[in-house]
Design a protein around this ligand. Structure first.
Ligand code: GLC
Length: 735
């Protein structure tokens, strides 16, 4: 009996202890750590617990990992302040990344996870075409799937946040960063902004296959004057709203978690201290609830740009404008607290900024799931199904620019000379911002030909280097070419000749052009393959080429799609998302310019006024015939539904994919408008002899209106032209 009583008492005692420790634990487990609590409650709870110093840390991003090899993990980890808000993580080692995260979770007072960011621009390890090439595919679904591949590889490697997509409308191909965006058109950049955000973020950021996106560079960076980088951009409010903001508005509406403020000076107010764009537009008008990170040292650069006289003033200007997180220069780390303490910055503003950063972290699930599984690299990268996805994107991004005398497809019985610095190169096919892409992963053009043309005799010579003036290998190249039936000349740009701080003229180095001209003397068919990060000037080599294939910088799966197009296995379907000027002297030249006030006047006297290749230009191995444009009604009023259709027939002997681009023009308006504006596009495969109907469901407010300088959409009555190639139809909008 006694024993029984003793047992009951000890059980009760144990229960009591458990209860109190549970209650204790319950008491100690703060709301912000409760995975079931609503995010906004968790944010408020956490912010209320934070000191000013801890808040300031959350508004800073520094670097880790680029030179931390495994045996000094301890050192690197200790160097990182446990309270830091974000790191740019240059590594991809889950063990190292988890050790840094554990440092934050367990060695800081509140255990706030670090947000690891990195430039995953067109792939993490499975590199796919540069964005300018992606745009030429006119296939947003494929871009979305490729971004999803990048997100999976990034997240499983410790990166939760990419500084992508870059959606800067750009019209000056001398600017190296045209490679990173989706070309010259606002609507095109908007469509691919949405596709990228959906690909990166999926439908649930806490899913560990997804990462947070970052719309950049906000805003107007593509207007950098003279195509030079880090410079001035003259942008009127009207142009800001009609040209540069639309892709960002689309990306924000698609749920982009973050934006990055740009380097450029917007008509006297730098993008990174521009209250109008960063707060009045982004936060007040578009209600963005994520955060803005500055571009690298962009806060510090406000001093050189001349709007701040000190570190403190630069910090004040950027923060007050609406930049929540400071990348790399540590200005916020050094000056924010002081500015708060002296009353220059209200603590409510700090709390709002911190709340925005925490919101992204909570949505990513980092508080509840801060660590990543440790998987071997071959289980993370270059997976077969992912390689297939990106190979399809390469196929559709390639643009056939010229094909005289049906030089292409090549007959497989011929002997082909493969000449040029790009023929066997792998590194430069990766393009700029190639993250953890490795040259060894790349299928070169030559390797692609080897696997495609089993019975073809391939003859090879490098011919010359990418630049310099060493013509000593010309003779060998000529000799090799003499033994061939056709000559494939593979030329282009190094990956560093575009991208950031990559402004150049549009010409290929003379040595490359001279090699092609030397080979032309042999009188054999010349097929020019171009791999480059910008539209080029082709005046000297276009006439000497019987066919020209623009492959951009295709990434790991470069060679096979190129070879597939040369053999005819693939019918090229790419079309230009950016104009190829006749020459740099024409710049700026782009499809949606205003027209001259005088018909056929005002152009140049001594060079052509048309570009070499216009926006949406691209050839196919088949031919398409466009039928009659039909509208559901020719007189419409506000609120009406307008549907326009056009039949397209494949009049050739082989199947092909065709993209139909729908433009609108508003010939009479209270402001001048571009000659035409792209408002919709659709790509369909059409079998030989088949006809497909392409439909454009016009939303009058969205598609016919313009945005005035206050950001208001204005829809005026009157005639509107809807056009597809040279076909157009007039509809009248009545009051
Ligand atoms: C660079 C680029 C920006 C990039 C950032 C981080 O300067 O301008 O696009 O995301 O710094 O690397």
């Amino acid at each position: 009996m006694k024993m029984k009583r003793l047992t009951i008492i000890s059980c009760l005692l144990l229960l009591g202890i458990m209860n109190s420790s549970f209650a204790q634990a319950k008491k100690e487990k703060p709301l912000y750590k409760d995975a079931n609590a609503p995010v906004e409650k968790r944010i408020n709870d956490l912010v209320s617990r934070m000191t000013l110093e801890e808040k300031v840390y959350q508004l800073n991003q520094v670097l880790v990992g680029n030179n931390d090899n495994p045996n000094n993990v301890g050192e690197a980890v200790k160097k990182v302040p446990a309270e830091i808000g974000s790191l740019i993580y240059f590594g991809y080692d889950p063990v190292f990344r988890n050790s840094v995260q554990r440092h934050a979770m367990e060695e800081s007072r509140l255990g706030i996870p670090i947000l690891f960011g990195y430039d995953v621009i067109h792939g993490f390890r499975t590199i796919y075409p540069i964005s300018l090439g992606q745009a030429c595919s006119w296939n947003p679904e494929l871009v979305k799937r490729s971004c999803s591949v990048a997100a999976q590889e990034a997240r499983i490697s410790g990166v939760d946040w990419t500084f992508s997509p870059m959606i800067d409308v750009a019209r000056d191909p001398r600017w190296g960063r045209v490679a990173e965006g989706y070309g010259e058109d606002p609507y095109t950049n908007a469509v691919f902004a949405v596709a990228s955000v959906q690909g990166y973020q999926g439908t649930d950021l806490s899913n560990t296959k997804n990462i947070a996106a970052c719309l950049k560079h906000y805003v107007g960076y593509g207007a950098s004057e003279g195509g030079r980088d880090y410079t001035y951009s003259e942008i009127s409010k009207q142009t800001l709203w009609n040209t540069y903001l639309p892709p960002f508005e689309a990306g924000v509406k698609a749920g982009a978690a973050t934006l990055m403020s740009a380097f450029n000076d917007i008509s006297g107010v730098p993008a990174s201290s521009n209250h109008y764009t960063l707060t009045e537009v982004l936060k007040d008008k578009w209600k963005h609830d994520g955060f803005v990170v500055s571009d690298w040292d962009a806060v510090k650069q406000l001093i050189r740009q001349g709007v701040a006289g000190s570190k403190k003033e630069a910090t004040l200007k950027a923060f007050q404008a609406g930049v929540e997180m400071d990348m790399n220069d540590r200005y916020y780390l050094q000056s924010l607290a002081e500015l708060v303490n002296e009353g220059a910055i209200p603590i409510e503003k700090i709390n709002d900024a911190v709340g925005r950063v925490l919101r992204v972290k909570f949505r990513l699930g980092l508080f509840d799931n801060p660590y990543i599984p440790v998987k071997a690299e071959d289980k993370r990268y270059l997976l077969p199904e992912n390689l297939k996805t990106v190979e399809k994107l390469v196929e559709e991004s390639i643009v056939l620019l010229k094909n005289e005398k049906n030089t292409l497809p090549l007959s497989t019985k011929s002997r082909l000379a493969v000449i040029g610095p790009m023929a066997k190169n792998k590194e430069h096919l990766l393009g700029s911002w190639s993250a953890h892409g490795k040259a060894e992963d790349v299928v070169s053009i030559y390797e692609g030909l080897e696997s495609e043309f089993k019975n073809m005799k391939l003859l090879y010579a490098e011919g010359c280097d990418f630049d310099g003036n060493d013509t000593s290998k010309f003779a060998e190249a000529t000799k090799v070419a003499q033994g061939a039936d056709a000559i494939l000349v593979c030329l282009g740009e190094k990956k560093t000749w575009s991208g950031e701080n990559g402004s150049r003229t549009l010409s290929l180095p003379q040595i490359q052009e001279n090699l092609l001209l030397e080979l032309k003397k042999l009188g054999k068919p010349i097929v020019l393959i171009l791999s480059n990060g910008r539209p080029l000037e082709l005046n000297r080599i276009e006439p000497a080429s019987d066919a020209i294939v623009e492959i951009w910088q295709p990434g790991v799966n470069g060679g096979r799609p190129v070879a597939g197009i040369l053999s005819g296995r693939i019918n090229p379907s790419g079309k230009l998302a950016m104009t190829f000027p006749y020459s740099a002297e024409q710049i700026p030249i782009y499809y949606n310019m205003r027209q001259s006030a005088r018909k056929n006047k005002g152009g140049y006297q001594d060079i052509p006024n048309n570009p070499r290749y216009e926006f949406t230009y691209g050839l196919s191995y088949t031919t398409f015939k466009y039928g009659e444009l039909k509208a559901s009604q020719l007189k419409i009023k506000h609120g009406d539904k307008l549907v326009v259709e056009i039949p397209v027939t494949n009049t050739g002997i082989r199947d092909g994919a065709e993209t139909v681009h729908w433009f609108i023009s508003d010939p009479v308006c209270s402001i001048t408008r571009p000659i035409k504006e792209l408002k919709f596009f659709e790509k369909q495969v059409i079998k030989a002899g088949e006809t497909k109907i392409f439909r454009f469901e016009v939303d009058l407010d969205r598609d016919f209106s313009y945005v005035d300088e206050t950001g208001k959409r204005v829809l005026e009555s009157g005639d509107y032209f809807i056009s597809v190639k040279e076909n157009n139809i007039i509809v009248e909008l009545v009051n």
